[in-house]
Design a protein around this ligand. Structure first.
Ligand code: ATP
Ligand code: MG
Length: 276
């Protein structure tokens, strides 16, 4: 199962939002898409998911232009969890996950015990079994986010596209979710803001800036002091670890040393471990 963008550009409101972006999401990899607000991450994911059509260039799913495939066919192979995902209010947590089975249901393939088992596994995976009977509108932001991921897992795609999947999650559930996603036998592309999490979990990173893809490679190659300064306007030090991982310390404007080294007892650094 392959997903590729070939020289895609996209225009909205008279402005060019994405310019000539080409990348392959490799089978089985966890690709992180990073970049500042407004750099085009969500727009790129919408093109990769086939819910928007490029102005020029094309997105290929298994070598076929995704816009030429039916929605149902795409949904069996690829699931998207949007940044601003919403769901009707009058459904339960379990029903929200059951929606993931929609691409498989039809007059000749009604709901079956297998669908129940898939939904229950998805609820377990996102740690939501205990809340499965709760109404959607009574759930917290983080619980809803976990259900969106659960719905995508119940869809049993080969490719999972996640737009800021750790939004709203506490640190335990952020790490748990990224680890869970990485452990699935899936190809994953995820827009992430936390560069240490990106370094920790992703095989490769794509860096977006002003609608262009400006770097693509292993986290330790892509995350350099110069690039973080150029793309995010932030001073940072990168520690390269012997196992191939790296972690980033940020420096606030006017600070001569990174905050975590000032010895004030408030260590607020995130340690990124091995890059697989
Ligand atoms: N439908 C639209 N009409 C006009 N402008 C749009 C539209 N969709 C996106 N844009 C603009 O395109 C740019 C890229 O938006 P996009 O949502 O892809 O950024 P992003 O990298 O996902 O940002 P964030 O980190 O804030 O989620 C932004 O400047 C945004 O305002
Ligand atoms: Mg976005």
């Amino acid at each position: 199962m392959t997903l590729s963008a070939r020289n895609v550009s996209w225009t909205a409101g008279g402005a060019e939002i994405l310019r000539d972006v080409s990348l392959d999401v490799r089978t089985g990899e966890f690709l992180g898409i990073i970049g500042p607000n407004g750099s085009g991450k969500t727009s790129l994911m919408a093109l990769l998911a086939g819910i928007r059509k490029p102005k020029s260039g094309e997105v290929l799913l298994d070598g076929v232009p995704i816009t030429a495939l039916g929605r149902r066919e795409v949904s069996r192979r690829l699931a998207l969890v949007e940044q601003q995902a919403e769901t009707g209010e009058r459904i339960t947590a379990r029903q929200a996950v059951e929606l993931g089975r929609t691409p498989y249901l039809g007059p000749l393939s009604p709901w079956s015990p297998e669908d129940d088992a898939i939904v229950e596994a998805a609820l377990r995976n996102v740690d939501m079994t205990h809340l499965s009977g709760r109404l959607w509108h009574t759930l917290s932001g983080g619980e809803r986010q976990r259900l969106h991921i659960g719905r995508a897992l119940a869809q049993q795609p080969k490719i999972l596209l996640l737009d800021e999947p750790t939004n709203h999650l506490d640190i335990g559930h952020q790490i748990g979710l990224l680890d869970l996603v990485r452990r699935q036998d899936l190809t994953v592309a995820a827009a992430l803001h936390d560069l240490n999490h990106a370094a920790m979990f992703c095989d490769r990173l794509a860096v977006m800036q002003g609608g262009r893809l400006v770097a693509l490679g292993a986290p330790r190659e892509v995350l350099t002091t110069e690039r973080i300064r150029d793309v995010f306007g932030v001073e940072a030090e990168i520690d390269h670890e012997s196992d191939g991982g790296c972690f980033i310390r940020y420096r606030a404007a006017g600070q001569s040393r990174p905050a975590s080294r000032r010895g004030n007892g408030a260590r607020l650094e995130t340690v990124a471990g091995g890059v697989s």
